[in-house]
Structures are given as C-alpha cells and as structure tokens.
Design a protein around this ligand. Structure first.
Ligand code: ZN
Length: 325
C-alpha cells in the first residue's frame, strides 16, 4: 500500500492501478472479481479487465439469439415496444428536427426502427455480428460492426448520438465519447444511459448486485463520475433522469432475489433465449425465484419509483450538448 494525492486533494491508501487511465487507485469491492476507485479519473472499475479478445467474444456467441438476434424469450419481448417508444419520445422532444441518429451498441435495432418509422435517417453500430445481421435482415436497419472510434463515420453529420447501457461495457469510454463528439453537429444531442452504481443495491450487494454483471460490465458509473467524464469529454449536461421504466424496477427486483444463496441473476438469465436460459428453466430453483419475483414485483416498482425523490433508481441518463469554443 502507498499514499497518493487524490483528485479531492486528500491522501488515501492506494494499492492498485486504474485499468482505465493507469493512475493510482484504491480498492472498493474485495474480489475476486474486485473493483478499484481511481484517484485520478474518479471512475470505479473492475480491478483488472478481461483480455480484449475475450471481451469481443462475449458479444459474438450466446449474447443474442442466432435465429432472431433477440436476447430474451419472445414472451418477454413485447414490453420493449413500449420502452423503445418512450426512449424515442424523450429524445425527439429534445431534438430540434427530424434528422440523423447513430445508436452506438444498437442491439438488433429496436430503437432505430422507431426513429426510422418517424422519418429519421438511422445508423447503428454493434460488436455482435449476430445482432447486426438481425437488424439488417429483419428491420432493414443499416448497422456497421466494430469499435466506434475506428469506424471512420462522417464528422459533424449527426443530430443525435445515443449510448444506452453501452459505456459500462467499454475499456476506454473516453475514446468513444470523443468519437461521438466528432460525429455530432454543433447543436447535436448526446444521450448516455448507464446503471447507477451509487444506488443502495450496488453499494450493499457489491459483486452480487444486478449492475455488477461480471464479466460484461467493466466500469461502475455513478451520477457524479459519469457527469465528470462527460464534461471532460467536452459536453455540457442539459438534462438528467434517474429512473427508467425498462431498467429501474427490474433491477430492484433482481437485487432482492440476489440476496438468496446461489449464483446471482438466476431469474434474469433464465429469461434469456440462449442455451444457458434453457438450462436454467429446467431447475426448480428458477421457478422458486420466479414465484418470489411475482410476489416482489409491486414492492420493487414502488421502491424504484422513490428515485423521483432519492437516488435509488438504479440508472442515470444524461442529455448533453457539445461545449463549443
Ligand atoms: Zn483512472
């Protein structure tokens, strides 16, 4: 252990290196898998990131269905029609015109399909070739595969760039934000939503919390740390939300279920359309989790609605404009 000046000017014990910026960090969640809090960039991140070739493979196999590009069982897909419309409405209300949008990590293009229906020019980016193919073949959405900073998309071309639950998966989020800034017109809108790891569920449950999602999530943002990162990336924050209907109540519910012994996230993983989901649905433990989940659904909705007054919504969304000059 050593002592190092922090961004707040105080001295704290350090033992680790921040995997995002390489500066000194202090331990937070003991591992494995562990997290560290960086003294320089202020981000909490996994103590060490999985190798990049492993991270790429997470999204190629078993993350999306080979047949449909979907992640969840068909029965649970219908609410996403409402969710994507709510996202469309929130974004289009803040954008001056019907223009061009890039959705980074666009999944199988659900959100972009809604924008396209309303006359927008749409483009998705995606690491998963399976999801990209599904977006093109099933929805007619143009999707480019690869890392945003290396795609060479036209600068100053887009009215909106969105990152919905993408930034926490990235080893270098600052490079993606810099690329997004270059793509946007001067009056363009950046929308970023991530899990909020300052919420009680994450602080109490640590690696067992739903937001931990090992090994997919590399960075554990809070309202403050994401806000600072966006400002350093040259953005001005013009709006904030700490509740998302598609994310906040279910996160609270899954966190309550994660108090039970066994590997966390059992119900969530059982709702997936992949091989692991099939296997979990054969277990009586999964059906016990499902029965408890039904019982806890209303209390979980109520708790997460407290986000209107308290930071318990499990998610944070920022609307940003480019800082000019
Ligand atoms: Zn750092």
């Amino acid at each position: 252990m050593s002592s190092t000046p922090t961004i707040s000017g105080t001295i704290q014990s350090t033992c680790c290196i921040c995997p995002v910026c390489g500066q000194a960090a202090t331990p937070r969640i003991p591992g494995p898998p562990s997290t560290v809090l960086c003294m320089s960039c202020g981000l909490e991140a996994l103590g060490s990131f999985p190798p990049s070739k492993d991270r790429e493979s997470f999204y190629q196999e078993n993350y999306y269905s080979e047949e449909t590009g979907a992640r969840f069982l068909k029965l649970f897909e219908w609410p996403f029609v409402l969710f994507r419309w709510l996202r469309f409405r929130a974004i289009s209300r803040r954008s001056a015109r019907c223009g061009a949008i890039v959705d980074v990590g666009c999944g199988r293009g659900d959100l972009l399909e809604t924008f396209k229906t309303h006359g927008w020019e749409v483009l998705g980016t995606q690491l998963s070739r399976t999801a990209a193919r599904a977006a093109k073949e099933r929805r007619g959405i143009e999707v480019v595969c690869g890392e945003l900073p290396q795609l060479g998309l036209p600068r100053g071309r887009y009215d909106v760039v969105t990152f919905f639950h993408v930034l926490e998966h990235l080893a270098a989020p600052q490079a993606y934000l810099a690329a997004a800034r270059e793509l946007l017109k001067d009056d363009g809108l950046l929308v970023v939503e991530v899990p909020d790891c300052s919420s009680p569920g994450f602080r109490i449950l640590g690696a067992r919390s739903f937001c931990f999602d090992y090994p997919h999530h590399l960075i554990f943002f809070t309202h403050n740390s994401l806000g600072s990162l966006l400002k350093r990336a040259g953005f001005e924050i013009v709006g904030t939300s700490r509740f998302a209907i598609e994310y906040s109540p279910y996160t609270t519910l899954q966190n309550l279920l994660n108090i039970l012994p066994g590997e966390p996230g059992r119900l969530y993983r059982a709702l997936m359309g992949n091989v692991e989901g099939q296997s979990l649905r054969r277990s009586p433990w999964t059906w016990l989790h499902a029965a408890l989940g039904l019982t806890l659904a209303l209390p979980a909705l109520f708790i997460s609605l407290l986000a209107l007054a308290l930071p318990v919504g499990n998610t944070v969304r920022f609307y940003c404009r480019k800082k000019l000059g």
